[in-house]
Design a protein around this ligand. Structure first.
Ligand SMILES: [Zn+2]
Length: 157
C-alpha cells in the first residue's frame, strides 16, 4: 500500500510506500509515516503521482483536508489548477508555452507528474507531451527530483 504524506516543515506532499516508517522530503526533513496522517492511499506506486498532485493542489488552495466527504469539490479544484496553467501558457511558440507550463506547474504543485503534464499540454494542443518534457529535461529547464516527478529549474520561464 502506498500513500501521500505532507512534510510538516515545507508543507509539500510526498508519495511513500506505507511499509516505511520514515521518508526523506526533498527539503531534507525526515517525515515520520503515521497512518493517521496519510492523506490519500493507493495500491500501486503508479497511482500515487496524481494523488500527490491533488494533495499539493489542495495545500496550495488552503483546503481543509479533513473533509474527505468533499471529494467532488477537490476534483474540481485540481482541474482548475490545470485550466489556470493552460491559460497562463497559452501564448508564444511551442518552446515558450512548454517552459511556461513547466514553471506554472512547479509553482502550483511544487512537483508535477507526467499526468499533470499531459493534461496541460493537451489543453495547449501540443502533441507528444513525453517528447516535449524530454526536450526540457535535456535543455536543463526541468529536472526529475525523484522518479516520475518533475520540477522546473526556474519559476521564471
Ligand atoms: Zn519538506
Amino acid at each position: 500500500m502506498y500513500g501521500v504524506v505532507v512534510c510538516p516543515r515545507c508543507r509539500r506532499a510526498k508519495g511513500v510506500d506505507l511499509a516505511q516508517k520514515t521518508t526523506a522530503c526533498a527539503c531534507g526533513f525526515e517525515i515520520r509515516v503515521v497512518p493517521a496522517k496519510v492523506r490519500a492511499r493507493a495500491s500501486t506506486a503508479r497511482e500515487l503521482a496524481p494523488l500527490v498532485g491533488r494533495v499539493n493542489a489542495e495545500l496550495a488552495g488552503g483546503a481543509d483536508v479533513a473533509a474527505e466527504a468533499s471529494a467532488p469539490r477537490r476534483r474540481a479544484r485540481s482541474r482548475d489548477v490545470h485550466t489556470r496553467i493552460v491559460a497562463a501558457a497559452a501564448s508564444g511558440d511551442r518552446a515558450r508555452r512548454t517552459r511556461v507550463a513547466a514553471a506554472e506547474l512547479t509553482r502550483e504543485l511544487e512537483v508535477f507528474s507526467l499526468e499533470d503534464w499531459r493534461k496541460v499540454l493537451a489543453g495547449l494542443g501540443i502533441p507528444d507531451p513525453e517528447a516535449a518534457l524530454a526536450e526540457l529535461v535535456e535543455a536543463g529547464a526541468v529536472y526529475e527530483p525523484r522518479a516520475g516527478f518533475y520540477r522546473a529549474v526556474s519559476l521564471i520561464p
